[in-house]
Design a protein around this ligand. Sequence first.
Ligand code: BG6
Length: 457
Amino acid sequence: MIDLVIFGATGDLAARKLFPAIYELEAAGYLPEELRIVGVGRKPWSEHEFDKSVREALAEFQKNLEADVVERFIRRTTYRQMDFSPESFEALAKDSAPSSIFYLSLPPDAFPVVGTGLGEAGLAREKGNHFRRLVIEKPFGHDLQSALELQATLTKHWDESQILRIDHFLGKETVQNILVFRFANSWLEPLWNAQHIAQVQITAAESIGIEGRGAFYDKVGAVRDMMQNHMMQLLTLSALEPPPRLEADLLRNEKNKVLRSARPLSSGDIVRGQYTGYLEEAGVKSSNTETFAALRLYLDNWRWKGVPFYLRTGKSMSKKRTTIAVQFREPPTQLFTDTHCDPGSSWVVLELQPNESLHLEMQVKTPGLQFGSRPVVLSTPYSNGDAHELSAYATLILDALEGDASLFIRFDEVEWAWRLIEPVLGANQPVELYSVGSDGPAGQHYLMEDLHRWRSL
Ligand code: BG6
């Protein structure tokens, strides 16, 4: 028997993401026969009430339900009320399978309590071939100090190799494809460096606002919510050296090296914005919290010395679009001066979402007598229409079951991302207002070097 124990099973994340993801795995036949799903919550629910809530979550958040798959899923589930007292953990230990995954779908202040409670009840101990794993979701701390403290608390009972930290961006197919695109095409890799690349722009724009999460978001802001984690992951995957093999620690070593090679940031490297109307959102105090952030950073290593990486993310922007856009340098001499377009505009654009695709923007001859150039775009969708693609959470839950940590964040990545970001966390800079539905504040353009310009969304 294997247990997947979901703490916070009566909560929003479980309903929106986890149950639909587990359903996907059930439907695809990926769940081990002997897997039991134990929902843990504080509510005094009966089995029947829990089943009902799972069914409702699936009906609302999972398309194309098949009745027999739903029944198979429900047959695996059981509910357990816990108050997080030592006795409740001991009782859990008595009923637990020798191999278990504890998924903390909980607010971050509960991580130390539950991590410790499990540990003290002996649930972090692995015997023989059995495993015990702890899955936690961002945020991993609120700053460097709190991240170090959380790690110190968890590692009293858990070995680092047992802790799987989720950054759901890594579960996205198109994010994993960054590695495949870079390292499965041998023509590309020789060009992927400062000699040939002029700039890299990484954008994660969202059209949604804070969606009623004001009380939470106001204490966090875009730098903590997106920049320190998702954006740093996109940066590391875009910039890392090829690992010798695709093994979790080899890959994560390379990601960490990228973070460690970043030049320290200062307040001149960031522009913070806030959409107009943010202060009127429920739960928001009259605050200087940023809903948009743009960063310029440099990686002081052999491959990237001198290439600016521009990162930006924001809410309430003109559209949802996440891209990595890489511009190649201009040719050393311009033969084709008879041109109305920017002669240096050769770009590779990985569009991670929502239109999962890849674009090569390059120059060809303008038809006609003269030698002019004009831009053309070669585009291809990422998907080949194969129905077996899994959602980000389904991928990550399956990897957690299989013990593959490649797509989970190791603590040194968390630590170095905080080290990098911390100098620009302080809100000692006013936020610049931008209109809802725009591409963000005008000030973001002051970050650009060498006549670079932000691409439009
Ligand atoms: C979450 C942030 O981690 O990522 C949210 O807390 C954000 O604020 C979300 O909206 C974006 O994820 P995705 O997958 O919709 O791009």
